[in-house]
Ligand binder design. Structure first.
Ligand code: HEC
Ligand code: HEC
Length: 154
């Protein structure tokens, strides 16, 4: 009888242990119903890359929305390298090349260090243009946007 009780207890322990561990290790599958505005895809699947955005050609410059805004890039920047050795942007936008390339010159601020010292070449803090300047595709906004320009620019 004692043996029987022990056996039953052992089975019971194993069983609850089994159920318990199954619970804890149950893999969390998929995205658990969470959907992004850009569309949903399960974590286990690799969805195809989005189509490349189309950048309108010849749109001239784009109006600013607030004072001191880094102007938006009105042209495509695909394959424009900005690295230690090359800065493609400056091949058109530097003071030396801008006129010939018909591009806007970078402004004086791009030659100033953060202490206000004016350098004879682009300041290192302005070297990585895309930190501040971004191209604009004619994309449909994901959410409604009621942003208004500041008065001075309306
Ligand atoms: C082949 C020459 C060329 C290259 C390279 C180039 N740009 Fe331009 N960019 C232009 C021209 C020309 C304009 C004037 C608007 C136009 O005609 O599209 C312009 C306009 C701009 C403007 C808008 C200026 C304003 O006053 O609104 C920004 C910002 C800009 N470019 C940033 C960049 C950045 C950042 C890069 C590098 C990733 C770059 N450009 C590379 C030719 C170039
Ligand atoms: C730290 C942010 C920052 C970086 C980095 C930066 N810019 Fe700018 N840029 C600005 C801001 C802010 C303005 C507008 C105010 C001003 O002129 O300083 C501007 C203005 C400009 C303009 C318009 C000038 C004019 O007279 O209307 C051009 C062209 C430009 N930047 C190109 C570039 C290029 C090319 C690079 C890379 C070599 C670059 N910028 C790096 C912030 C930045």
């Amino acid at each position: 009888m004692k043996r029987f009780v022990l056996a039953v207890m052992a089975v019971a322990v194993t069983f609850t242990g089994f159920v318990h561990s199954e619970d804890a290790q149950a893999p969390i599958r998929g995205i658990g119903g969470v959907e992004s505005l850009r569309g949903a895809s399960e974590l286990e699947t690799t969805r195809p890359a989005d189509a490349l955005k189309r950048f309108p050609r010849d749109q001239g410059t784009i109006d600013s929305d607030y004072v001191y805004q880094p102007p938006l890039v009105p042209h495509t920047i695909r394959n424009y390298e900005v690295s230690l050795n090359v800065n493609k942007c400056l091949s058109c936008h530097s003071w030396k090349n801008a006129k010939e390339m018909g591009a806007t010159k970078i402004s004086v601020t791009h030659y100033q260090t953060r202490e206000g010292q004016v350098l004879s070449d682009v300041s290192p803090r302005r070297y990585f243009c895309l930190q501040c300047h971004v191209p604009q595709a004619d994309a449909k906004p994901l959410v409604e946007n009621e942003f208004q320009r500041v008065d001075a620019l309306q």
